[in-house]
Design a protein around this ligand. Structure first.
Ligand code: NAD
Ligand code: ZN
Length: 341
């Protein structure tokens, strides 16, 4: 089969001929139809310090996918050949305190496909049947291929009750934009999204009914006044990994405001701790998706009017992966989807 592999410890990825994976008794074999390119894949392409520490070579990359089950392991029940599916790319252990309590997404032994284990940028993927998420009719393969990052957005946005709340999202990357759509869908009052990249803010306004704010040009205090909010935002969703964005968020929240943090800062970043204490702010770190509560809610919302399709701005054949990666690296795209058929 064709697969997009990190074959050498240097910048780039290579399309190689690889054996179709053999499956174990509790696995399924999935024929991949579409995959999404993630920021993580760009780190792996760039072979930055994180990637060098984390990713074994050679490795088939990719973790955002949709496809169809073509083979079932001997002990697999409840799934069928021909079933369209996506799946959770975090492979969890079953022994930890958290897993044993059913909080699978907090298992410390988690290993990621396309990061630590063979990934989904290939014609076929082996996946434990436990990780499979069947797709209903309403979710086609290209939306199926971005459920992983949509799940990050949903997990973050549903961390707090947003009904009637004023929500600030910092970072209009694909995940921030999808979180804005989710916040709207579940009934937030004002949803303001910030960035310093005008192309990203333009895209945000196309995908969701949001107030885009370029913080390089406009002060959030003016936005709060313009929207006639009394004291500031009730909830902040941090999706940039940028220190300045987090500082602005803390400044523009109400007393007792709540923050969910998804964005990953590049290194250690200083936090004005006393501001958080005196404003009585709640902070929650977000990792991955809740397995499988996020998946359940995300699919239910997609079946009931949540529309994030416009966040996909580019589609390429897998053979043209170089163009796909260049587009992602340009910083002006939304999600980029590769077609493997
Ligand atoms: P992205 O890099 O495409 O988007 C981040 C956006 O933040 C960019 O558009 C950038 O211009 C913007 N930004 C930079 N400085 C800013 C500032 N001062 N104010 C506002 N915006 C600013 O990333 P993405 O793929 O949308 O992912 C969002 C974040 O979530 C990233 O940091 C990513 O690493 C992280 N992430 C975390 C998890 C997790 O499990 N915690 C999972 C996936 C992604
Ligand atoms: Zn991803």
């Amino acid at each position: 089969m064709l697969a997009l592999e990190k074959s050498k410890p240097e910048t780039g990825l290579w399309m190689v001929e690889a054996p179709v994976p053999e499956i174990g008794p509790e696995d399924v074999l999935i024929r991949i139809n579409k995959t999404g390119i993630c920021g993580t894949d760009i780190h792996i392409w760039n072979w930055d310090a994180w990637a060098q520490r984390t990713v074994p070579v050679p490795l088939i990359t990719g973790h955002e996918f949709a496809g169809e089950i073509v083979e079932l392991g001997r002990d697999v029940r409840g799934l069928e050949i021909g079933q369209r599916c996506s799946g959770e790319g975090h492979l969890i252990g079953r022994q930890s305190r958290q897993s044993r309590s059913g909080r699978f997404h907090l298992d410390p032994e988690t290993r990621g496909i396309g990061v630590n284990e063979q990934g989904a940028f290939a014609e076929y993927l082996r996946l434990p049947a436990f990780n499979v998420v069947p797709l209903p009719e309403a979710v086609d393969d290209e939306i199926g291929a971005i459920l992983d990052p949509l799940g990050n957005a949903v997990h973050t946005a549903l961390s707090y009750d947003l009904v009637g709340e004023d929500v600030l999202i910092t970072g209009a990357g694909p995940i921030g934009i999808m979180a804005a759509a989710v916040a709207r869908h579940v009934g937030a009052r004002h949803v303001v999204i910030t960035d310093v990249n005008p192309a990203r803010l333009e895209l945000a306004a196309k995908v969701a009914d949001v107030v885009p704010v370029n913080v390089a040009e406009e002060d959030l205090r003016d936005v709060i006044a313009r929207l006639k909010m009394k004291e500031g935002f009730d909830v902040g969703l941090e999706m940039s990994g940028n220190q300045t964005a987090l500082d602005q968020m803390v400044e523009s929240l109400v007393m007792g405001g709540r923050i969910a943090l998804l964005g990953i800062p590049p290194g250690k970043s200083p936090v004005d701790w006393s501001r958080i204490v005196f404003k009585a702010i709640t902070l929650k770190g977000i990792y991955g998706r809740e397995i499988f509560e996020t998946w359940y809610k995300m699919i239910a919302m997609l079946e009931n009017g949540l529309d994030v399709r416009r966040v996909i701005t580019h589609r390429f054949s897998a053979r043209d992966f170089r163009e796909g990666f260049e587009t992602m690296r340009s910083g002006v795209s939304g999600k980029v989807v590769l077609d493997w058929r």
